[in-house]
Design a protein. Structure first.
Ligand code: HEC
Ligand code: HEC
Ligand code: HEC
Ligand code: HEC
Ligand code: HEC
Ligand code: HEC
Length: 493
C-alpha cells in the first residue's frame, strides 16, 4: 500500500512538472513572438521583408503619381489603381508584377487583362519599370490598398505603419500548444496505465483474490484523473486571464508616432531646455501637461526653418495656431478660414522658403510643397478633428487607470524625485516613450525603498514623532512607506 501511495505521489509530481512545462513553453513562445514582432518591425523599417506602406508611398509618388491619381479613386492619365489586385485576381500574382515592369510586352503577348486595358486606355502607354524589385512593387501595392481601403486615413497618428507588418509577421503558436497538450495527454494516460498495472501486480503478489486489471475507461474516468484535468484547466485559465488583465492598459515601451516629429533629444538634450520649461504643471499640480503650441512659439517665432525637416514639421505648429511665418503675424479670424485659403498661406511659405534655398521652383519643389501640405493636413486632422485650426492632438503615452491617483507635484516638488527616475533618460530620445511599467508593484517598491528627505522639508514638519525618533537616534531613516505610502486609499479613489 505504501508502494501504491508512492506511485501516485510520483505521478502527481510528474503532472505538475509537465503542466509547468506547458506554462513555461507558452511564456517562451510569447517572448519569441514579441521578439520576432520586433524583428519584423525592424526589417520593415529597413524596407526588407514585410510590406512597408511608407516606402510604397515614396515609390508611388516618385514613379506613378504623374499618371495615377493619389486618391486611387479617380482616373487620370492612367486608370484609378484602387482595387487593382482584385482586378488581377484571376491571374497569377506574377502577372500584375510583370505588368508594372513591362506593360507593353504583355499587351503584345496578348495577356487578356493587358489587352482589355489597352483597348480602353491605348494609345496612352505606361512606362516600363524594370528597375523595381518584387519587394518594391509589393510596397507600392500595399500603399495603394491602404489608401483605397481608407486604412491610412483611419490610422490614428499614433499607430505606426510598421505595426501592420509586425502583426502579420507574428508567428501563430497555437498548433504547437495543441501538439504539446496531446503529447502530454497521451503520456498521462500511459503513466496512469502503468500505475494501474503495477497496482494490479502488487495486489496479485499480496494474494488478493479480487484483484483485477483496471480497464482504460476506468482509468480515464477515475476520480483522480478527472480532478487533475479540472485542476489543470483552472490553473491554465486563471494564469491566462490574470496575465491578460495585468497587461491590459499597461504599455511599457509604448512610443507612438506623434503628429509633429518633436524630439526630446533636440530640445531637452542638445538645447538643454529644462523639462519644466515645457511641462510646468509637474511642479505645481497633479498633471505635468503637454505644452500648448504657444510655448513652442517662444522660440519658433524665430526658428522657422529647421535643420532636419526644413519647413516640413515647424509649419504644422503655425498652421495649428494661424501664424503666418511669411509676414510674422497671427492671421485674423483664422478659425473661420476655409481649407483652401489656409492652403494658400502655408504653401506660399513653403514655396518661398524653397526658392530662397534653391534659387527657383522646379518640379522637385512642387512635389515637396504638395507633400508637406499633405503632411500638415494629416497631422492636424483626424476622425474627431476635421479642421486644421486648433490644438495639436499629441498622442497620449502614459495613462494610469482611472482608479489610481497619481500626483506629479507630490513627487517632483515635495518628494524631490527627478523626472528621469520615472521617465528614463528622455533627453536622449528622438521619440518619447513610456519607460516604467506603471504597475502597482512599481509604485509600491519605490515607496518601500525611497527615503524621504525629512530634515529640511517644510512638508514633513507635522511628523513630530519621527523627528523625535531621529533626534534620539532610534530611527535612522523614514521611507515613503513610513509616512503612509502603502495605504490603499492614498493611491486609489
Ligand atoms: C506615363 C503614365 C504612367 C505612369 C508613370 C504609370 N502608369 Fe500605370 N498605367 C498607365 C496607363 C495609361 C494605364 C492603362 C493601360 C495602358 O494604356 O497601358 C496604366 C495601367 C496600370 C495598371 C493596370 C490597372 C488595372 O486596373 O488593371 C497598373 C496596376 C498600373 N498602371 C500601375 C502603375 C504603377 C505601380 C506605376 C508606378 C510604378 C505606374 N502604373 C506608372 C499610365 C502610367
Ligand atoms: C520644448 C518643450 C519640451 C521640453 C523641454 C520637454 N518636453 Fe516632454 N514633451 C513635450 C511635448 C511637445 C510632448 C508631446 C509629444 C511627445 O510625446 O513627444 C512631450 C511629451 C513628454 C512625455 C510623455 C507624455 C505622455 O503623453 O505621456 C514625457 C514623460 C515627457 N515629455 C517628459 C519630459 C522630460 C522628463 C523632460 C526633460 C528631460 C521633457 N519632457 C522636456 C515637450 C517638451
Ligand atoms: C526654448 C526654445 C524652444 C522651444 C520652447 C521649442 N523649441 Fe523646437 N527647437 C528649438 C531649437 C533650438 C531647435 C533646433 C533647430 C534646428 O536644428 O534647426 C528646435 C527644433 C525643433 C524641431 C525640428 C525642426 C527641424 O526641421 O529640424 C521641431 C519639429 C520642433 N522644434 C518642434 C517644437 C515644438 C512642437 C515645440 C513646442 C512643444 C517646440 N519645438 C518648442 C527650440 C525650441
Ligand atoms: C514618481 C514618478 C514620476 C516622476 C518623478 C515624474 N513623473 Fe511624469 N508621470 C508619471 C506617471 C505615473 C504618469 C502617468 C500619469 C497618469 O496617467 O495619470 C506621468 C505622466 C507624465 C506626463 C503626461 C501628462 C500627465 O501629466 O499625465 C508628462 C508630460 C510627464 N509625466 C512629465 C514629467 C516631468 C517633466 C517630470 C519631472 C519634472 C515628471 N514627469 C516626473 C510618473 C512620474
Ligand atoms: C521613484 C520612486 C517613486 C515611484 C516610482 C512612485 N512614487 Fe509615489 N512617492 C515617492 C516619494 C519619494 C514620495 C514622498 C513624497 C511625499 O512625501 O509626499 C511619494 C509619495 C506618494 C504619495 C503620497 C503619500 C503620502 O503618504 O502622502 C502618493 C499618493 C504616491 N506617491 C502615489 C504614487 C503612485 C500612484 C505611483 C505609481 C503610479 C507612485 N507614487 C510611484 C516616490 C515614488
Ligand atoms: C503607491 C500607490 C498604490 C498603493 C499604495 C496601492 N495601489 Fe493598487 N494600484 C496602484 C496602481 C498604479 C495600479 C494600476 C496598475 C496597472 O494599471 O497595472 C493599481 C491597481 C490596483 C488594482 C487593480 C488590479 C490591477 O493590477 O490593475 C487593485 C485591485 C488594487 N490596486 C488594490 C489595492 C489595494 C487593496 C491596496 C492597499 C493594500 C492598494 N491597491 C494600494 C497603485 C497603488
Amino acid at each position: 500500500m505504501i508502494y501504491k501511495q508512492l506511485m501516485s505521489r510520483i505521478l502527481l509530481l510528474l503532472f505538475f512538472a509537465l503542466s509547468a512545462t506547458v506554462v513555461v513553453a507558452q511564456e517562451e513562445a510569447n517572448a519569441q513572438a514579441d521578439e520576432s514582432a520586433a524583428e519584423a518591425e525592424a526589417s520593415a523599417d529597413a524596407g526588407e521583408g514585410a510590406v512597408s506602406i511608407e516606402e510604397g508611398k515614396t515609390l508611388f509618388r516618385n514613379y506613378c503619381a504623374t499618371c495615377h491619381a493619389k486618391n486611387m479613386k479617380d482616373d487620370l492619365t492612367g486608370p484609378a489603381l484602387g482595387g487593382v489586385e482584385e482586378r488581377w485576381s484571376d491571374y497569377p500574382e506574377e502577372d500584375l508584377y510583370r505588368w508594372i515592369r513591362q506593360s507593353q510586352a504583355m499587351i503584345e503577348e496578348g495577356h487578356p487583362r493587358a489587352v482589355e486595358l489597352w483597348d480602353e486606355w491605348g494609345p496612352t502607354v505606361m512606362n516600363n519599370f524594370l528597375n523595381l524589385s518584387d519587394q518594391e512593387i509589393a510596397n507600392i501595392l500595399g500603399y495603394i490598398d491602404a489608401v483605397y481601403t481608407g486604412a491610412l486615413d483611419k490610422k490614428k497618428p499614433g499607430e505606426a505603419t510598421v505595426d501592420v507588418a509586425a502583426v502579420q509577421e507574428k508567428p501563430n503558436n497555437t498548433p504547437l500548444f495543441i501538439a504539446l497538450a496531446v503529447i502530454l495527454g497521451v503520456l498521462a494516460v500511459v503513466l496512469a496505465r502503468i500505475v494501474a498495472n503495477l497496482n494490479y501486480m502488487l495486489q496479485v503478489k499480496e494474494g488478493d483474490e479480487s484483484a483485477r486489471r483496471k480497464s482504460l475507461v476506468e482509468i480515464l474516468t477515475s476520480k483522480g484523473l478527472i480532478a487533475f484535468v479540472i485542476f489543470a484547466l483552472v490553473v491554465l485559465g486563471g494564469y491566462t486571464t490574470v496575465n491578460n488583465a495585468i497587461m491590459l492598459g499597461r504599455q511599457q515601451g509604448y512610443a507612438p508616432e506623434q503628429p509633429i516629429k518633436f524630439s526630446h533629444k533636440t530640445h531637452a538634450g542638445l538645447q538643454k531646455i529644462d523639462c519644466q520649461y515645457c511641462h510646468d504643471g509637474a511642479r505645481r499640480s497633479k498633471h505635468s501637461v503637454i505644452p500648448a503650441a504657444n510655448t513652442c512659439m517662444n522660440c519658433h517665432r524665430a526658428i522657422k526653418v529647421g535643420s532636419k525637416y526644413g519647413t516640413g514639421e515647424l509649419t504644422k505648429i503655425y498652421a495649428s495656431l494661424g501664424y503666418d511665418p511669411s509676414s510674422d503675424t497671427y492671421i485674423e479670424d483664422y478659425d473661420n478660414m476655409s481649407r483652401e485659403e489656409i492652403e494658400k498661406v502655408y504653401k506660399k511659405w513653403i514655396a518661398d522658403t524653397y526658392v530662397k534655398e534653391n534659387g527657383s521652383l522646379d518640379s522637385d519643389g512642387e512635389e515637396l510643397i504638395d507633400e508637406q501640405w499633405e503632411g500638415i493636413v494629416t497631422s492636424l486632422t483626424n476622425e474627431n478633428k476635421q479642421q486644421i485650426q486648433g490644438p495639436i492632438e499629441w498622442v497620449r503615452i502614459h495613462n494610469l487607470p482611472d482608479h489610481v491617483y497619481f500626483n506629479h507635484a507630490q513627487h517632483v516638488s515635495v518628494g524631490e524625485v527627478e523626472c528621469q527616475t520615472c521617465h528614463g533618460p528622455m533627453q536622449e530620445w528622438e521619440v518619447a516613450k513610456q519607460h516604467s511599467p506603471l504597475s502597482m508593484g512599481w509604485c509600491i517598491n519605490c515607496h518601500r525603498q525611497t527615503e524621504v528627505q525629512f530634515e529640511d522639508n517644510e512638508y514633513y514638519k507635522s511628523y513630530t514623532g519621527y523627528h523625535e525618533e531621529i533626534a534620539s537616534g532610534e530611527r535612522d531613516k523614514v521611507t515613503v512607506e513610513d509616512i503612509g505610502g502603502l495605504e490603499c486609499q492614498k493611491c486609489h479613489y
